[in-house]
Design a protein around this ligand. Structure first.
Ligand code: COA
Length: 140
């Protein structure tokens, strides 16, 4: 069963997006709660995925083509929903005429992003205590 993906601004989707981030990044991964909301959120396009009436995933696209805060509730993983969120944000970046989509991937999630055409570059770096690598996908 495919999830339904919605796109919108922070005012419309921020409450539900934060609830997902808090469960995944804060409670599950131990990221400090104050890092889960920033000034960028007001300017981003946000995505939510709903399955059987429940919001189960989120992600965001910055104005300069960075995808981030991609999170799927644990019980909803492995069903392609993270991929749906990612592709919806990539499609929006392409619609805006951007030539590439960028993201910083947690190392464990590299294979997930590679499956969607992202290529890692540069060294491993730390963000909120979690090792990351930069990745990009050309859109033209
Ligand atoms: N490590 C390696 N591979 C992973 C992975 C992980 N942590 N998470 C997912 N994958 C792979 C799976 O092997 C699966 O491949 P398969 O279908 O061939 O078995 C595929 O990616 C799953 O794709 P999909 O179902 O679209 O992904 P998802 O809905 O499970 O979401 C994440 C993937 C990474 C977004 C999700 O696991 C998540 O929210 N994790 C916690 C938060 C996080 O780390 N976010 C990424 C921040 S950069």
């Amino acid at each position: 069963m495919n999830a339904a993906v919605r796109l919108g601004d922070w005012q419309a989707l921020g409450g539900a997006a934060l609830a997902i981030r808090e469960r995944v990044f804060v409670r599950e991964q131990g990221v400090p709660v104050e890092l889960e909301q920033d000034a960028e959120d007001q300017r981003c396009l946000h995505a939510l995925a709903e399955l059987a009436g429940q919001t189960v995933a989120t992600g965001r696209l910055t104005t300069d083509g960075h995808i981030g805060r991609v999170a799927v509730l644990r019980e909803a993983r492995g069903r392609g929903i993270g991929g749906q969120i990612l592709e919806a944000l990539v499609a929006e970046a392409r619609r805006r005429g951007l030539t590439e989509a960028l993201l910083n991937a947690q190392l464990h999630a590299l294979p997930f992003y590679e499956r969607h055409g992202f290529v890692a570059y540069g060294p491993v770096f730390d963000d909120a205590g979690i090792p990351h690598r930069a990745m990009r996908r050309r859109l033209d």
